[in-house]
Design a protein around this ligand. Sequence first.
Ligand code: ATP
Ligand code: MG
Ligand code: MG
Ligand code: MG
Length: 348
Amino acid sequence: AKIRVGLLFGGRSGEHEVSINSAAAIAQALQIGENGSKYDILPVYIQKNGVWLAGDTASKVLETKTPLSTEDTNPSQLWQFPPQVQEVEVWVPVLHGPNGEDGTIQGLLRLMQVPFVGSGVLGSAVGMDKIAMKMAFAQAGLPQVKYRAVERSQVWSNPCIFPKLCDEIEADLGYPCFVKPANLGSSVGIAKVRSHSELETALDSAASYDRRIVIEAGVNARELECAVLGNDNPKASVVGEVTFEGDFYDYETKYTEGRSQIHIPANLPDKIVTQIQEMAIQAFKTVDAAGLARVDFFYVEETEEIYLNEINTLPGFTKFSMYPQLWKATGINFEQLVDQLVQFALEK
Ligand code: ATP
Ligand code: MG
Ligand code: MG
Ligand code: MG
């Protein structure tokens, strides 16, 4: 009998649309070739209000790649899962950002006692929160840019403390620096700042996205990414590079066709490639990731310095996304990759 795969997508996140695109590609890959005779897919769409829908409505969202508009949520709807959910034998969560990449869905699936692709509760949560992630990486001795963590309450509550806090950050990190909400993705809410007044504005804005905020010293560096696949003995892919016009790799640059390019493999000395692959696996293990992750780096060519930027435990997964492209260049095509991920979930 075929294995019943629950494809979970959409979600209560700023990356809802990205998730639909990733899920459409994965759904297709699960239906063709050998995968088609192995797997039977149940698409399950999580609306922007958090309500789960299965069946034809979910399939339609995948086909049209268009989110459904939502009405106000009745809290009781949030616990009314579609009945087909009970038949799922393995889940493929394709949710990016909050309420999907951060351990919340992983906790729910674990309570259901059904295996799922990707990191568990701990790996997802540590990988999502940039402050927790940086602390874990620091403890593991992984190189990172200089940073500060601040709380929303420091930004908003006391008008006397805030300017002083900005003075301190300025003295510590200099300009440019990057202000980031700790728990988002796709560059949502991130600002590159170059002055005291921009710093104040950016912190105030970041505080509206998240209770926890990170400020990092800016580096002028190449951006490299490495894909990791596996559970207890994870493997690293070849290394890729992202280039783009513009100030930094912001949301618009990421998702506007033609604004950024990926280069696989990146043109790098072998020694640097090896170091990045080792660091990617170390980062994966440090946060207790599983299944898949994309690990992002900054590389300063002149000094040969490598800084670990972040781990993404549910990276973008369209045909054109970096993660599947890195594996393709390493010898695992899209269909094989999706199959391996499901198999890693079943063996976990
Ligand atoms: P993703 O979509 O990969 O999850 P994210 O929202 O987690 O991204 P980051 O990767 O932390 O965000 O930062 C987004 C982009 O901002 C980087 O790719 C880079 O272009 C720029 N950037 C972030 N931090 C720095 C830094 N310290 N120095 C230089 N550029 C930076
Ligand atoms: Mg990220
Ligand atoms: Mg992300
Ligand atoms: Mg990133």
